[in-house]
Design a protein around this ligand. Sequence first.
Ligand code: 5CA
Ligand code: ZN
Length: 409
Amino acid sequence: MHAWPASEVPVLPGQGRDLRIHDTATGERVTLTPGPVARLYVCGITPYDATHLGHAATYNAFDLVQRVWLDTKRQVHYIQNVTDVDDPLLERAAATGEEWTALAERETALFREDMTALRMLPPREFVGAVESVPDIVPLVERLRDMGAAYELEGDVYFSVESDRHFGEVSRLDAATMRRLSGERGGDPDRPGKKNPLDPLLWSAAREGEPSWDGASLGRGRPGWHIECVAIALRYLGMGFDVQGGGSDLAFPHHEMGASHAQAVTGEHPFARTYVHAGMVGLDGAKMSKSQGNLVFVSALRREGVDPVAIRLVLLAHHYRADWDYTAGDLERATERLARWRAAVSRPDGPPADAVVEEIRAALADDLDAPAALAAVDRWAAAQHEHGGTDEGAPGVVSRAVDALLGVAL
Ligand code: 5CA
Ligand code: ZN
């Protein structure tokens, strides 16, 4: 698939900082040490209802990761998938009578527009599950041939016991794993499985559902976790720097993906660091398609909300926090944007070097975007109160806010 256009990222004077970030697998902050080309995989949307503020908040977090890396003069090899065939997508299409492919295409197109409007840097490859079937099939065959997968009534399951590192990504107890498996796409109660947690790798063709040629697996469609493994291994290989997504993906999705990849390659780890963003809710409930409590980026845009203000709403919350969206968020962001724009509209102002360093330091410290916004607020307040004589300082602040926060003033 094609991604979306990139916005320019200004190059800043001075030195970028290495990112310290919370790693789910160790429960600690780690300093990331990518090579000259940092490798990032972020789990993409299931395109039946895009893009709500929760999605946007998660992608904002990983956009910041990229911007910090770019500021250290590294390149970023960023991959994002699109789960363009899966149960929820097929269920939605069946419920509305729309062709599932048309639904996926329409929502993916809308997602691209939203990401462009929000100035999220595009992935180098934006890859669908459907186009990855030719990579998925041999992986599943290999797992089965090595005894890490087994057949059950035509379906193929991964055996979680085949990876000695299983459980190390999310570090949850058995009861929690079982509960989350049931809540998040697994089928722990299906009789005949070796372990209730074992996830589907390949689902045999069923009447009325799309299916693909699975060679020795028979016709069917891929399971969810193996999709991201096939895509990450094709484009990034084992031991890539960061796998990211919302905290709802730590288990089972990222746990299972890591185990699939570790079992099939015999190498460890799949990702060096696992990073998870908090959940955004509305009125006290997680924003989700099934809850029907969604605030869509496209709906806000249609109402005439400046996408830069939407981005400032996201940045005002720490990426790891769970938070609820309220109208007050947008009011505060709109006011802040107006204050910042007025402050950079003059040719001179208070010195800019310190604020650039404060933004860098805040982001390097576990992506503390709220602290970065506070630093710019202080500079803008100084500009409004007494101005300053540094020629070009507003331009420097403006470029720093653009490069590091994706905010165009
Ligand atoms: N296609 C899979 C990943 S392979 C998927 O989870 N799709 S999704 O459309 O449900 O979510 C897309 C991304 O947004 C995921 O990283 C998910 O963790 C994140 N996300 C979903 N809901 C929220 C929410 N309410 N708040 C924050 N992030 C969310
Ligand atoms: Zn994924």
